[in-house]
Design a protein around this ligand. Structure first.
Ligand code: HEC
Length: 168
């Protein structure tokens, strides 16, 4: 009688252990099978060369051609131009001069490469808003990038400001 009891106990313990092991194994396995985020992993494909900034699409410098064709989403209202002027005076005047006339009108420009006259009508006609926006966000040949300092929106405001000072 004693042996039957021990045998039953052994069988019950064995089956219990086996079920437990199966449950643990499946649970462990599930963790690798189900939807999950691995640190550093992107969950969608991004277009090549694109860096997200403030939720807005900003093309890399190598993709200036694409950026050039980006339309200006910000209407050139008096408010936008005023905001653009404010940031221009903060970030750009040292090189471009208070009136954006370039040359050596900026204090830094005397020690740096004199930038072009941004009010020049021919230059204004040649460049699209998207091109200048890109120039501000990701920089130019020697001009530094300002994408870290201003938002994409603020860069459009500055483009609007620059359009407002075009020589006529
Ligand atoms: C360190 C000096 C410096 C600062 C600061 C600077 N720029 Fe420039 N910028 C230049 C130079 C130099 C050029 C001439 C093009 C080149 O070599 O990159 C230029 C060119 C430009 C152009 C003309 C691009 C073209 O060819 O049509 C625009 C527009 C412009 N800058 C806007 C800005 C704005 C807006 C700011 C402020 C956010 C700014 N820059 C700050 C030096 C500067």
């Amino acid at each position: 009688m004693k042996y039957v009891f021990l045998l039953v106990l052994l069988v019950v313990a064995g089956v219990g252990g086996l079920l437990g092991a199966v449950a643990v194994l499946r649970w462990n396995d599930n963790m690798t099978q189900t939807v999950k985020f691995v640190p550093g992993e992107r969950n969608f494909a991004m277009p090549a060369g694109v860096v997200p900034r403030g939720g807005e699409l900003v093309y890399a410098r190598e993709q200036r051609e694409l950026a050039t064709r980006q339309p200006n989403p910000v209407k050139a209202t008096a408010e936008s131009i005023a905001l653009g002027k404010q940031n221009f005076q903060t970030f750009c005047v040292p090189c471009h001069g208070a009136e954006a006339k370039g040359g050596v009108t900026g204090l830094v420009a005397t020690k740096f490469i004199p930038p072009p006259d941004l009010t020049n009508a021919d230059l204004q006609k040649q460049r699209t808003d998207g091109y200048w926006h890109s120039y501000i966000m990701v920089g130019g040949a020697v001009m530094p990038a300002y994408g870290e300092a201003v938002s994409s929106q603020e860069a459009w405001h500055m483009v609007n400001y620059l359009r407002s000072v075009a020589a006529r």
